[in-house]
Design a protein around this ligand. Structure first.
Ligand code: HEC
Ligand code: HEC
Ligand code: HEC
Ligand code: HEC
Ligand code: HEC
Length: 216
């Protein structure tokens, strides 16, 4: 039987197949990188809020402690969100008639919570607990950035599994003394931690990186 394709055409065909395969792999890899990159984790993107609340003003300029509004952060899994009553402790005296504060006043009168949009929200299958971190010396700033400088609240970290694990493998360099957990602009000095803390986390890192610590 006569040859159907010339040797040159066969070679061309093989090259085309290889290139197509490479293209699919590269495309897949790019899609994966894109899907796991900062932009798709909403890093730096503010959410639309019912009230233009500003941390830079309340935490930065006025210096109100995080716990005044996020009152369960040292005790519970959730940090807790302020009730309208918490806002009204000041706003029954300052900016009293301001129209931007109308949703605060109506929530206060109706006794209903203000519906803040979430900036950080893990999927349901991932378990997180604020108090275990905060009481072991992991600071708000380490996970949430310079909140005291934010006119609009944004994520500064991806909150991805890889990000959690980066710390869980060796938390020591990220730890602060307990009293500096709410401080902003602090230089972490894990190096100054006592030797037994290091030894503890060398032991604990296996537990901290096992799947059922965060997927229970
Ligand atoms: C400890 C007192 C205090 C508490 C608590 C407080 N605020 Fe304020 N807030 C102020 C002061 C003081 C100003 C005005 C600052 C100024 O005029 O520069 C202000 C200003 C504002 C403004 C106007 C910001 C702007 O655009 O300049 C908004 C909106 C606001 N607060 C919302 C809230 C909300 C929502 C809460 C509750 C989650 C709250 N505040 C809790 C003291 C407080
Ligand atoms: C006067 C009250 C008040 C104080 C003080 C305050 N916050 Fe908030 N915080 C709020 C309100 C209201 C929201 C919801 C609106 C927003 O996201 O900006 C919020 C949202 C947040 C969020 C995002 C929550 C989400 O849905 O993912 C983080 C993180 C946060 N605060 C951290 C802090 C830290 C850290 C401090 C201390 C430096 C602090 N806050 C001090 C009132 C406060
Ligand atoms: C180890 C990292 C880490 C630390 C430390 C941390 N947070 Fe968070 N924070 C998170 C994660 C992750 C979420 C999302 C939780 C979820 O969806 O289950 C979150 C959510 C929040 C929220 C939204 C409400 C909620 O509870 O889901 C607020 C408010 C908040 N954090 C405030 C704070 C404050 C204030 C501090 C310091 C006292 C702090 N966080 C320390 C990681 C951290
Ligand atoms: C900057 C460091 C750091 C980051 C980031 C961090 N963690 Fe942790 N995590 C710790 C430390 C430290 C402990 C406390 C370990 C101890 O002393 O038992 C801890 C403990 C925990 C525990 C309790 C473990 C147990 O055995 O009871 C859970 C659950 C947890 N982390 C989930 C998460 C998740 C989910 C994320 C990401 C969204 C995260 N962590 C990000 C440092 C971190
Ligand atoms: C320190 C906490 C932590 C540990 C330990 C952990 N995970 Fe996760 N995992 C998360 C968080 C947070 C998410 C959600 C964010 C994301 O998708 O990265 C997640 C997401 C996932 C997803 C969905 C990922 C996707 O791309 O949608 C899978 C599957 C998963 N984890 C499997 C595992 C397995 C298997 C282990 C053990 C080898 C493990 N995880 C250990 C925190 C953790």
């Amino acid at each position: 039987m006569a040859q159907l394709f010339t040797p040159a055409a066969t070679t061309l065909f093989r090259v085309a197949i290889v290139l197509t395969c490479l293209g699919i792999v590269a495309g897949g890899a790019m899609a994966y990188v894109w899907a796991r990159s900062g932009s798709t984790w909403n890093v730096g993107k503010p959410a639309a809020q019912p009230i233009p609340f500003r941390h830079d003003l309340h935490s930065g300029s006025l210096g109100i402690d995080c716990r005044y509004c996020h009152s369960t952060v040292e005790r519970a899994a959730d940090a807790g969100m302020p009730s309208a009553q918490t806002c009204m402790s000041c706003h029954s005296q300052v900016w009293v008639g301001a129209s931007v504060l109308e949703p605060v006043r109506s929530s206060f009168i109706l006794g209903q919570p203000i519906e803040w949009a979430s900036v950080h929200r893990l999927p349901d299958y991932a378990y997180f607990h604020h108090a275990v971190h905060v009481t072991e010396g992991v600071a708000c700033e380490t996970c949430h950035g310079r909140v005291d400088q934010m006119p609009k609240t944004v994520k500064t970290q991806t909150m991805s599994m890889g990000w959690c694990l980066d710390c869980h493998r060796n938390p020591v360099p990220h730890l602060r003394p307990r009293e500096a957990v709410f401080e902003m602009g602090y230089e972490p000095h894990g190096k100054g931690l006592p030797e037994d803390v290091r030894a503890f986390y060398q032991e604990a890192s296996r537990r901290l990186t096992s799947c059922n610590t965060c997927h229970r």
